[in-house]
Write a protein that binds this ligand. Structure first.
Ligand code: 5GP
Ligand code: ZN
Length: 109
């Protein structure tokens, strides 16, 4: 099964890489919804948050916190995990969105 985020993680297709280590990678969203819009994901394929261990999800949030600090998002930011069709998930490789640099409304659309 081909997966665009697996291909990005394996450097088979290009992306703007914001940060990476052996197991995780953070890339700029191709269609950014805010001045900072970074996708953070494990290099290993998990379909979504339903499939991943909580330690993996915890690590994603830790990376988001660090990137938010490094990007100077001291006035706040939003972390989003779209899950399943009603959750608005379009790419079925676990990722979290780190959004910042502008105010966000609530409730979401
Ligand atoms: P989801 O709706 O699954 O939570 O979010 C998928 C996100 O991936 C979207 O914000 C979309 O803009 C982004 N995206 C889709 N394809 C690519 C791609 O090829 N490269 C990058 N960098 N982002 C992508
Ligand atoms: Zn994948």
């Amino acid at each position: 099964m081909s997966c665009v985020f697996c291909e990005i993680a394996q450097k088979q297709i290009p992306a703007t890489i914001e940060w990476e280590d052996e197991e995780y990678i953070a890339i700029r969203d191709i269609n950014p919804q805010a001045p900072v819009h970074i996708l953070i994901m494990p290099k290993q394929h998990f379909r979504n948050v339903e499939e991943a261990e909580s330690s993996v999800v915890g690590r994603l949030i830790e990376i988001a916190q660090r990137l938010a600090r490094e990007r100077g998002l001291d006035r706040g930011y939003r972390i989003v995990i779209n899950t399943g069709p009603e959750g608005g998930q379009t790419i079925y490789h676990l990722h979290i969105h780190l959004l910042g640099g502008r105010p966000f409304g609530w409730p979401p659309g």
